[in-house]
Write a protein that binds this ligand. Structure first.
Ligand code: CA
Ligand code: CA
Ligand code: CA
Ligand code: CA
Length: 338
């Protein structure tokens, strides 16, 4: 691929799996290194305690998973706070939020079959389905920005990336998109590089020790490249920034009585607070639950990027087709915080 020489602020990590040493690159370009795991573990990052910050996890080849909720300070050692058994030797682990509850859990890819579990405990898969074929290399991400992670694969034989946007009860997940990106010797590490709530492709190219990151899931050049890590290390992607802020919005929207076939509007104010002033947040979707959700619509936010301490008004329109329906519950998805 063609690479513009862009130095970016991407958060990436690299793990020296021969020693268990992790190296995380912060958005300001600084680096922190610490130890977690033993030689041969398969590393990944995820948000195990649902606080918006991704921290390390390991899959050991005996099927044991070790997770920590902290990224230790430079020179530190992480302790496996959560341990459970999931999978078999030879399985390939993936981490993600399969059910959209804001918490990442584990999955396993085994010869073209996906096994997902929604809790961090020993047990059988909650969901299993086929996606891809034996030999495909799995990863996971939120390709459509709906808050639910789903698998993708890289196929060495064709050089194609495939992903699905669903975690079906079975038997087969439908391919949502496929495109060419990278080469078979690349290591795939998709993530949300530009913070818009959508995960997109990225690769680490070992001979160059360079990441090639693209902000759309399509064939084309990298939007950002950066040199980090060493040949032989394993790349991991995640949101490493420690942020603390909260979205303040009513969970219940009462628009008052609206007649059948008529239209009513209401305004919801969103504001961000917390104890960190260095963040921006982006509203990715607003959904309604309860009532007849199809009868609600929301005016698009003129500017969904909201700075710390700012507020936005969201206009909601209610057009009931059933009598007695005048309120619902809204769910607002956004990047950066819980
Ligand atoms: Ca976390
Ligand atoms: Ca989850
Ligand atoms: Ca998704
Ligand atoms: Ca993105």
């Amino acid at each position: 691929m063609i690479s513009p020489a862009l130095a970016g602020d991407a958060e990436v990590g690299m793990v020296d799996t021969s020693s268990g040493q992790w190296h995380l690159r912060e958005p300001d370009g600084s680096q922190r290194s610490f130890y977690f795991g033993t030689p041969g573990d398969t590393p990944f990052l995820g948000d195990w305690n649902c606080d918006g910050v991704d921290t390390p996890g390991l899959f050991r080849q005996d099927g044991f998973v070790y997770l920590t909720n902290e990224n230790p300070l430079n020179g530190g050692i992480a302790i496996g706070e959560i341990t459970f058994f999931f999978g078999l030797p030879g399985d390939q682990p993936i981490a993600g939020d399969w059910n959209g509850d804001g918490c990442d859990t584990l999955g396993i890819y085994r010869n073209g079959k996906v096994f997902l579990r929604n809790s961090l405990t020993t047990g059988v898969a909650d969901i299993e389905y086929f996606f891809g074929v034996a030999g495909d290399r799995p990863f996971a991400g939120d390709w459509d920005g709906d808050g639910i992670d789903t698998p993708g694969i890289y196929r060495n034989s064709s050089g194609q990336v495939f992903y699905t946007n669903e975690n079906p009860v079975g038997p087969v997940a439908a391919t949502a998109n496929d495109f060419f990106y990278g080469i078979p010797s690349d290591e795939f590490v998709p993530d949300d590089w530009d913070g818009d709530g959508v995960d997109t492709v990225g690769i680490f190219r070992p001979p160059e020790t360079r990441f090639y990151l693209r902000n759309t899931n399509s064939t084309g050049p990298a939007d950002e490249t950066l040199v980090f890590g060493q040949r032989g290390w394993t790349p991991v992607g995640g949101d490493l920034e420690s942020r603390s802020a909260s979205l303040n919005a009513p969970s219940e929207l009462a628009l008052g009585p609206v007649g059948l076939g008529a239209t009513g509007t209401g305004t919801v104010q969103l504001s961000f607070g917390g104890d960190s002033g260095d963040i921006d947040l982006r509203i990715t979707s607003i959904n309604f639950t309860g009532g007849n959700s199809a009868n609600f619509s929301v005016a698009p936010l003129a500017d969904p990027q909201i700075g710390f301490g700012e507020t936005r008004n969201v206009e909601v329109t209610l057009a009931p087709t059933a009598l007695g329906l005048n309120q619902t519950f809204m769910r607002i998805r956004h990047t950066g915080v819980n």
